[in-house]
Design a protein around this ligand. Structure first.
Ligand SMILES: Nc1ncnc2c1ncn2[C@@H]1O[C@H](COP(=O)(O)OP(=O)(O)OP(=O)(O)O)[C@@H](O)[C@H]1O
Ligand SMILES: Nc1ncnc2c1ncn2[C@@H]1O[C@H](COP(=O)(O)OP(=O)(O)OP(=O)(O)O)[C@@H](O)[C@H]1O
Ligand SMILES: [Mg+2]
Ligand SMILES: [Mg+2]
Lengths: 259, 259
C-alpha cells in the first residue's frame, strides 16, 4: 500500500479535481483506491457522498483527534474499487485542537497504521486543503510520496520553492525521513496563451523527469462536472478531460512499477 | 478608517488579485490604502516588495504574536497612497503558536487598535489565505466588512454557505458583533462558457444587491502581471482587466458613501 498526498498550498490549482479523477481512473483499471478528504471544504466528498449519507458517514476528524482508527471510517462509493473517508466541517476546528496536542504532526500517521497492516488498498490518495497549517503537516508526515498539481502560472511557481522547503523540513526533523516529491502535474493547461507553454518549459527544464509527461488541459467540463456531482468520466466520458486523467493514471502506474 | 477582509476559503478565486488591484485602483483615486498580506505564501507582498526589501521589512507575524503593534510594521510601496504590511514564511508557523494563546482569535484585532487611533488610512485591505484556520478567524475578528471574490464555478458556490456560517459564528460569539459581508465579487468571468453566466444568474438571484455589478473578466493578463512583479495597471493599463478594477473601485467607493 502507498499513501500519496495530493498537495500544493497554492489555492485553486486542481488538487481536488486531480484527487477525484485520478482515483476514479485508477479504480477503472481495477486498482483498489481509498480517497481521504482532508479539506474542511469537502469538495471531493461532495461529489462522492450524498448529503444524506454525509450526515451519517464518519469523517477523518475522528482519526485526527484519536477517537477512531482510519479503518473504522471508510465508506464505499458508487464507483467500484473506490472507497472514501470523507471530510466534514469539524475539520476546520481540528487545527486548534490538534495544535495543542504534543504529537500534533503525527496524528494522521498514527491513525493510518492499521490501514497499512490490513493492506486492503493499493493506493491511498490524500486530497489536501490549500494551506501550510496542521492538516498539511499531518498529511506530509503520513504520506510516502507527494504529487503536486501546478497551474501553469507565476504564483504557482513561486509556491513550489516553499513546498520543497516544507518537505525538506518534514524529512530533516525525522517526522517522515523517506518522504519524496514523486511527481509534478501541470494542470489547466491552455496552449493558446503564451504564458502556459512558457511556464511549462521552465518547470520541465528545472524539474526534468519528475514532471509528468501528461498535461491536463483547461476545459470547462471540469468545472461543470462537480455541479452535477460527477467525476469527469461520468460527465464527459469521451472528452479531452477524461482522456487526460486516464493517461495520467497509466503514467502513474508505470512510474510506480519502475520504482 | 475601515478594515475590509478580502476572503474566501476556496482557493484560487482571485483574492490576491483583487486585494492588490483594488488597493492600487483606490490609491490611483487618491484614497489612502494599507494592504496587509495575511497569506504565508505572500503573493501580494511579492509584487509590491522586492526580495531585498522583503528580507528587511517587518511582517504581520510580529503583530500576531504581540511583539509589535501594526503601525510599526508599515512599509511604503512604489505606488503613491499605497502602503503594505507584508507577510513572511513565519506566518505558516503562527497558526500553532497563536492557537496556544488564550485570546487566539483577537490577536489581529488588538494589533490594529493603534492603527484605528492614528487614522492614517481610509481603508485597510486584508488579503487572506485560503483556509478556515486561525489566520482567517483573526482577519474576520479584526475586520469591519468582508468582500468575497467568487469564481463563477460550482465549488465556489458550495463554499459560500460555509463562509456565511463562519461569519455568523464570529458575530454570535461576540468576537466581532458588527461584522458583515458587504460585497460579493464575481471573478474570472468568461461569457463564452454556459457555466459562468448560469452561476452568475444564480448568485445574483440569491444575494441580490450584495453582488457587485462589476464583473471581473477572465484574461490571461492577470496571470502574466505577477510574473513581472506588476499590478494590472502597470502591466496592461488600457486592457479590460485594468478597466474592470477601476470600475470596481468606483462602485466600492459609491457603496461606502451611501452606507
Ligand atoms: N483542467 C481544468 N480545466 C478547467 N477547470 C478546471 C480544471 N481543473 C479544475 N478546474 C476547476 O477549477 C476550480 C479549481 O479546481 P480544484 O477545486 O480542483 O482546485 P483545488 O486546488 O482543489 O482548490 P482548493 O485550493 O480550494 O482546494 C474548480 O472549479 C474546478 O472545477
Ligand atoms: N480575472 C482573472 N483572469 C485570469 N486569471 C486570473 C484572474 N484573476 C486571477 N487570475 C490568476 O488566477 C490565479 C489565482 O488568482 P489569485 O492568486 O489571485 O487567487 P487567490 O484566491 O488569491 O489564491 P489563493 O487561494 O492561493 O490565495 C493566479 O495565477 C492569477 O494570476
Ligand atoms: Mg481542493
Ligand atoms: Mg491569494
Amino acid at each position: 500500500m502507498k499513501i500519496i498526498a495530493i498537495t500544493n498550498q497554492k489555492g485553486g490549482v486542481g488538487k481536488t479535481t486531480t484527487s477525484l479523477n485520478l482515483a476514479a481512473a485508477l479504480a477503472e483499471k481495477k486498482v483498489r483506491v481509498l480517497l481521504v478528504d482532508l479539506d474542511p471544504q469537502g469538495s471531493a466528498s461532495s461529489v462522492l457522498v450524498s448529503k444524506e449519507e454525509g450526515a451519517e458517514a464518519p469523517s477523518i476528524y475522528a482519526a485526527l483527534i484519536g477517537e477512531k482508527p482510519a479503518s473504522d471510517l471508510i465508506s464505499p462509493t458508487r464507483i467500484k474499487n473506490l472507497s472514501i473517508i470523507p471530510s466534514d466541517l469539524d475539520l476546520a476546528g481540528a487545527e486548534v485542537e490538534v495544535a495543542r496536542m504534543d504529537d500534533h504532526m503525527m496524528r494522521l500517521r498514527a491513525a493510518f497504521e492499521d490501514l497499512r497492516e490490513k493492506n486492503a488498498f493499493d493506493y491511498v490518495l490524500l486530497d489536501c486543503p490549500p494551506s501550510l497549517g496542521i492538516l498539511m503537516s499531518n498529511a506530509l508526515t503520513a504520506a510516502d510520496e507527494i504529487l503536486v498539481p501546478i497551474q501553469c502560472e507565476y504564483y504557482a511557481l513561486e509556491g513550489l520553492g516553499l513546498l520543497m522547503e516544507v518537505t525538506d523540513r518534514i524529512r530533516a526533523t525525522g517526522a517522515n525521513p523517506t518522504l519524496s516529491i514523486s511527481g509534478l502535474l501541470l494542470t489547466m493547461f491552455d496552449a493558446r496563451t503564451n504564458l502556459n507553454p512558457a511556464v511549462e518549459r521552465e518547470v520541465r527544464n528545472h524539474f526534468q523527469e519528475v514532471v509528468y509527461k501528461t498535461l491536463i488541459p483547461r476545459t470547462v467540463r471540469f468545472a461543470e462536472a462537480p455541479s452535477h456531482g460527477r467525476t469527469i468520466f461520468e460527465h464527459d466520458p469521451n472528452g479531452i478531460g477524461a482522456a487526460s486523467y486516464r493517461k495520467l493514471a497509466a503514467e502513474f502506474l508505470q512510474r510506480q512499477k519502475s520504482q
